[in-house]
Design a protein around this ligand. Structure first.
Ligand SMILES: Nc1nc2c(ncn2[C@@H]2O[C@H](COP(=O)(O)O[C@H]3[C@@H](O)[C@H](n4cnc5c(=O)[nH]c(N)nc54)O[C@@H]3COP(=O)(O)O)[C@@H](O)[C@H]2O)c(=O)[nH]1
Length: 876
């Protein structure tokens, strides 16, 4: 159809051609009209018209007419037919035989030219496309080449350097520029599949942080690490899987991601987003990224291997250093127990050289101290548990034997087969020497070198066992020096220590020595001035009494304490085993009871345990139980004892003394319950009650005696010496509208010396308050004169033991006289307590003592009886 001539002119058979219209290319198609339809008769060319001018077309038609050409016939056929027919034109009909046009050599040539041009254009297009492809291929090949070159570099760096992060980062940057992506990231996983590294390029750090923290299983990025293969997505905005981006994530149009595998495991993922040119990622990009991911896998593998071997090398180096520099001796044997490795410490300890030891067995160190059994048990333990440790005696090269603490560990391979044994030991020679010293420290008293309480209990336990074994008796003696505190306090601790050392030697001289098979006796120091003696293998109980008497006799000789000589006595309690006690604790407590009894009975004596002593202890316990409720049951009361001026016989004060009246047991002796109050701490609330009661009684006391103004002394225990005491005293004064001088506090000398700094500060506060303080029982403690002078003391009360003896013992009289002089020198008043006789009264008055208190004047009496005191007795 394309070859049809456009110069075809329709004519009728009887028409005559017009020569004006005629051109060389014109073709006339002759149609006859018949019954309303057109019948094609044939073609007449311009050449035919020119050859027979003046003729009508019917005459010019070729007879027979050449067969028409089919409209779908190829150009070549038309060309061939035209040459054959020599007519110069051929009619063309369609499949229904209808005339559609005509072809001429000219029209055919035109069509052929057009076709050729079209073909050329097609070829040109194709070749342009081909050229383009070739270019792209060349580019891809170049990229691949670059990638490979860079990969080679990457791998060799990975094998040589430890800079994993920098290396991977620069590799990623290369990939991104190679592919021309906008940004890219690389995620590495640790052994647990968690993100260990997140490297990125082209993304700002905040976004990267959000992406890098993304949990798995949340949207595309969440799923990202779980995805098994390559991901290549385009048109991400509309992609259903693109949900779950963190807020602020840069818009992403296309994504290309590949797995990084190494050693058959997924080690991470590399991914690129958006090409710079806006095109989606293509297959070439994908191949590139996959290839890159493979290389990454190898690089990561190499890096990790390198890191591992580096670590192993470091560990090995450290282990070697530790091995060589360890202070403990170390040896390694093979499975046959042949020594293959020793360290420097082992060489130093044993004296053997390395060469002498390698190839030997540890038997080389055997000392002969341990029997077969010992080694059998040791190896049994190693075989069963893989290790053993304990003390063992080994021999050095020079033959000397030494103790060591040895740990042996069996080393097994993956199949559980023992491949080596490692022995680590420390030389205990020095420790053994120190241990002996430690043992002494633990079991012996450092001052007297006698066994201490711990050792004593061990010895006593053994003595009891021995009695069971040989059916003999033993005795336990508990000893306590009399008034040792006074020596300690007055002469100082050094003198006290010297005395204790001499006492221990004297006691040892009284005892039998241990001479096999005889057990011998044991003397131990339990604490302070408390000693104990175990008398073993007694023939008869009387032997124990003999020893006790011997001790008392030995003590009669004074102790020489440097320049000073002092007589010291001892109180001894004694109990027999098995006659008087059954258990160790029973023995100790009963010996204690007996000793307590010896003290109560006047000291410097021994007392054999008597079941009756038990009663005393039981009473103590009973009183203690009652004492807890005594205050709230209002069982306490105050008795008052007058203090009388030795100058004019006037009552110048009262001492308030606590009394306990039990409904069943009547008045309990203060010497019994006051120590109990102290021990239980009840003295603190009870002391407060005494102060308050005295405050309430004050005016009535004065009224009963017809006096107007004097102080009432209240005893204060050491346990009450706290800052709160000031507040309590101030409250009593305020509550009862009393002047401060109405109250006086009495504090024993030892309580005042207990904590001098605390005492000084309390006394200062009391002085500020205007309340005077009196030092009680003066002469029984150890007061520093300088210290005493610093205390704001109102009075000193001389202990009644001195007053009681002053008429018969010159020494005590001199003490009293010295105290009076001393106190007066310091401007302090002196009170003598325990004045019972007129002769004491007179003697004290002659010495210049200020005040007397004692049964001579009056016993302590309840407030109600104060008015009845007979004053004529002391008005001498
Ligand atoms: N912390 C407190 N201690 C108190 C309190 N009340 C008393 N005590 C102390 O108890 C100890 C025993 O006291 P007590 O049995 O009352 O004995 C006092 C007098 O009865 C007794 N005394 C007085 N004159 C004589 C005498 O001529 N002969 C003689 N044998 N004893 C006599 O002396 C005790 C007074 O002691 P002191 O206080 O040292 O002046 C005793 O230590 C009390 O201190 C209390 O409320 N709190």
């Amino acid at each position: 159809m394309e070859a049809l001539s456009d110069r075809v002119v329709r004519v009728a058979p009887d028409e005559r051609p017009s020569l004006d219209e005629l051109s060389g290319q014109t073709v006339f198609a002759v149609f006859e009209q018949a019954s309303g339809c057109e019948i094609f008769l044939g073609l007449v060319t311009a050449a035919q018209v020119s050859a027979r001018p003046g003729r009508i077309f019917a005459d010019l038609l070729l007879q027979p007419p050449p067969p028409p050409l089919s409209a779908d016939a190829p150009l070549e056929e038309g060309w061939r037919r035209l040459q054959k027919e020599q007519g110069g034109a051929l009619a063309v009909i369609d499949s229904d035989g209808r005339f559609v046009g005509a072809v001429t050599p000219f029209s055919l040539l035109g069509a052929a030219l057009r076709e050729t041009r079209r073909l050329q254009a097609g070829i040109e297009r194709q070749s342009a496309r081909f050229r383009q492809r070739l270019d792209r291929l060349a580019e891809h090949t170049a990229r691949l080449r670059r990638l490979r070159e860079e990969s080679k570099q990457l791998l060799s760096q990975a094998a040589e350097t430890g800079l994993e992060q920098q290396l991977l980062q620069s590799a990623l940057e290369h990939l991104v520029s190679l592919v021309g992506a906008r940004y890219g990231a690389l995620i590495l996983l640790d052994a647990d599949g968690k993100i260990s590294d997140f490297l990125y390029t082209g993304i700002d750090p905040e976004t990267a942080a959000a992406i890098g923290r993304l949990p798995t299983g949340k949207g595309l990025l969440g799923d990202f690490l779980l995805e098994k293969g390559v991901i290549r997505l385009t048109d991400m905005e509309r992609h259903p899987r693109a949900a779950g981006f963190p807020p602020g994530h840069p818009p992403m149009h296309s994504l290309l991601a590949a797995l990084i595998r190494c050693d058959g495991k997924v080690q991470g993922r590399v991914y690129l987003c958006d090409r710079e040119d806006g095109e989606p990622f293509d297959c070439g990009d994908q191949r590139l990224v996959e290839e890159f991911a493979d290389i990454m896998g190898m690089a990561v593998f190499l890096l990790r291997q390198r890191l591992l071997s580096h670590q192993q090398a470091v560990e090995l180096k450290v282990a070697t250093r530790v091995f060589e520099n360890s202070a403990e001796g170390i040896l390694v044997t093979d499975a046959d127990k042949r020594i293959i490795l020793v360290n420097r410490a082992l060489i130093t300890i044993t004296g053997y050289s390395r060469e002498e030891l390698i190839g030997q067995t540890p038997r080389i160190f055997s000392s002969g101290h341990h029997g077969e059994d010992f080694y059998r048990q040791m190896w049994q333990s190693i075989n069963a548990t893989g290790q053993w440790q304990g003390e063992i005696w080994n021999r050095r090269k020079n033959g000397s034997v030494y103790p060591e603490w040895l740990r042996i560990t069996a080393i097994s391979d993956a199949e559980g087969e023992v491949t080596h044994y490692v022995a680590v030991f420390s030389d205990l020679s020095e420790y053994a020497v120190r241990r002996q010293g430690m043992e002494r420290l633990i079991h012996y008293d450092h001052l007297t070198e006698l066994p201490n309480r711990l050792m004593f209990r061990t010895e006593l336990r053994q003595a009891i066992r021995r009695c069971h074994f040989n059916g003999r008796q033993m005795a336990l003696l508990m000893l306590d020096l009399d008034r040792f505190k006074v020596i300690n306090d007055t002469l100082g601790h050094q003198v006290g220590d010297r005395l204790l050392q001499q006492v221990s030697r004297r006691l040892q001289h009284c005892l039998r020595k241990r001479e096999a098979p005889r057990m011998g006796d044991t003397v131990a120091r339990l604490s302070g001035d408390e000693f104990t003696i175990i008398l073993n293998d007694l023939e008869m109980p009387e032997d124990a009494i003999t020893v006790a008497e011997k001790i008392l006799a030995r003590f009669r000789r004074p102790f020489v304490l440097g320049e000073i000589e002092r007589s010291v006595t001892v109180s001894i309690g004694m109990v027999l085993y098995p006659a008087q006690a059954e258990t160790l604790d029973e023995l100790i407590s009963r010996a204690d009871m007996a000793m307590y009894h010896a003290k109560q009975a006047g000291r410097n004596r021994f007392c054999l345990y008597d079941p009756a002593l038990h009663e005393g202890i039981q009473r103590r316990q009973m009183l203690e139980n009652y004492l807890y409720n005594a205050l709230e049951r209002r069982q306490f009361e105050i008795h008052y004892q007058p203090q009388v001026s030795l100058r004019d016989g006037r009552i110048v004060g009262l001492e308030a003394l606590l009394r306990w009246r039990h409904p069943e047991h009547g008045l309990i002796n203060p010497a019994e319950f006051i120590p109990l109050l102290e021990e239980t701490g009840l003295i603190e609330p009870v002391g407060v009650w005494v102060l308050q009661q005295v405050g309430r009684d004050y005016r009535q006391c004065l009224g009963a005696l017809g006096e107007t103004d004097f102080p009432v002394a209240v005893n204060v225990s050491a346990r009450q010496l706290a800052p709160s005491l000031i507040g309590q005293v101030a409250a009593v004064l305020k509550d009862n509208a009393l002047e401060p001088h109405c109250l006086k506090l009495e504090l024993t000398e030892s309580a005042a010396m207990d904590d001098p700094a605390r005492t000084l500060s309390l006394f200062d506060s009391l002085q500020e308050l205007g309340v005077g303080v009196c030092i009680d029982d003066f002469g029984t403690g150890y007061s520093s004169l300088a210290y005493l002078a610093r205390l704001p003391i109102a009075a000193l009360k001389i202990d009644r033991s001195f007053i009681g003896n002053m008429m018969t013992h010159t020494e005590d009289r001199e003490v009293v006289s010295a105290i009076v002089a001393l106190a007066h020198n310091l401007g302090i008043q002196v009170i003598a307590e325990g004045v019972e006789t007129p002769s004491q009264w007179r003697a004290l008055r002659e010495m210049g003592c200020d005040v007397a208190q004692g049964y001579l004047c009056s016993r302590p009496v309840p407030l109600a009886q104060l008015a009845d005191i007979d004053r004529t007795v002391w008005e001498v």
